[in-house]
Design a binder for this molecule. Structure first.
Ligand SMILES: Nc1ncnc2c1ncn2[C@@H]1O[C@H](COP(=O)(O)OP(=O)(O)OP(=O)(O)O)[C@@H](O)[C@H]1O
Ligand SMILES: [Mg+2]
Length: 341
């Protein structure tokens, strides 16, 4: 069973969403629906599965439906059609109490525009979820201070949000989401307001946290490098449609259409592709010249051995940890695989 399952979800915004469903189901696109009915297609027949302990990244241009999608998961938005299953339960079946409990304990969210309480201090904002869980003040403050420290805001705990920069407010939102220790975290552009150094630092922290705690994270970003660094799987939305889901390597090597191709065209493939992804297996490599081979490990990124290969004009022998030969990479094919789009 997947941790989260989204089955054929449609979301139409407007006065009478149901009235335009037949048209959308027959294949009318977002533009046509808006022009002919004044309704906006937020999501168009989206289905996907998110597994326990993975980081699922959702990418797409502005307005493609990323926030709409993530907000269905904790029912900030109800679907026009389709179902959202979390740990085997349809979230539409929750009554009011169950929904409150679900939001307090199961999922935490970092909002795109921070969503802080202006009249609460940093520590009160960070401790809010714990307060809602009914924890004692002493424990709330202790945990909140730990998270404030983790996001690098020690010393600011008694300030109010409007006394902080945008990036600092974003980190308060992040600390608040970490504090409740829910096993699903929804992160809508959680790092986008941060400057590059802090952003890279927060990505590292999230990866460290993940390797230890194995939370299920749904992470939205516009940034391809961020999605490649964080994502176990990446889903790409275009005008409400999910156009591709895959591992970072799938997305880079086999973009499903021009839209995805445009996203990945500038990526430095050598930085994200490992030797084992592009090698030819030992019995499929008769055409590769085996004199003067350079030995590389199957888990090395191309970037690490590329200069050596190019300078020496040699082919590669790919080995595993114990030194067993797993395959070969031809110098020439390596260079074309890096440039093909
Ligand atoms: N409450 C709403 N009422 C009407 N239309 C909405 C509403 N919320 C979202 N939409 C529309 O749904 C589509 C998807 O919006 P959404 O906010 O999910 O985009 P996004 O991918 O998160 O964009 P961004 O990267 O700018 O945050 C857009 O066309 C938007 O205009
Ligand atoms: Mg958004």
């Amino acid at each position: 069973m997947s941790k989260i399952e989204i089955n054929n979800v449609y979301k139409i915004f407007g006065n009478n969403p149901q009235s335009v469903m037949p048209m959308v189901k027959e294949g009318a696109n977002k533009e046509e629906v808006l022009e002919q009915t004044g309704h906006t297609v937020g999501l168009d027949n989206v289905s996907l599965k998110i597994e326990e302990g993975e980081t699922f990244v959702c990418m797409g241009l502005s307005g493609s439906g990323k926030s709409t999608l993530i907000r269905h998961l904790n029912r900030l938005i109800d679907p026009t059609d389709g179902e959202i299953i979390v740990e085997g339960t349809n979230v539409m079946s929750f009554n009011k109490e169950q929904l409150i409990d679900f939001r307090r304990h199961k999922m935490s969210m970092v909002f795109q525009r921070f969503g802080l309480f202006p009249h609460k201090t940093v520590i009160q904002n960070v401790g809010y979820g714990l307060e809602m869980q009914g924890k004692q003040l002493e424990e709330i403050n202790k945990t909140a201070m730990e998270k404030i420290e983790a996001v690098g805001l020690s010393g600011f705990e008694n300030q109010f949000p409007n006394q902080l920069s945008g990036g600092m407010q974003q980190r308060v939102g992040l600390a608040r989401a970490l504090a409740t220790d829910s096993d699903i975290m929804l992160m809508d552009e959680a790092f986008s307001a941060l400057d590059p150094l802090i952003r890279s630092d927060m990505q590292k922290q999230l990866l460290d946290l993940q390797s230890e705690l194995k939370k299920t994270i749904v992470f939205i970003t516009h940034d391809l490098d961020e999605s490649l660094r964080l994502g176990d799987h990446i889903g790409i939305l275009n005008a409400g449609k999910l156009v591709q889901v895959g591992t970072p390597v799938d997305i880079i090597m086999n973009p499903a259409d021009d839209y995805v191709r445009a996203f990945v065209k500038d990526v430095n493939r050598a930085k994200v592709i490992k030797a084992k992804i592009i090698m030819k297996s030992t019995n499929d490599s008769d055409d590769i010249d085996k004199t003067n081979l350079i030995k590389v490990n199957e888990d090395q990124f191309i970037e690490e051995f590329l200069p050596q290969i190019v300078c020496s004009n040699s082919n590669c022998e790919v080995v595993d940890k114990s030194g067993n030969v797993k395959g070969y990479i031809s110098n020439k094919e390596l260079q074309t695989s890096l440039t093909k789009s």
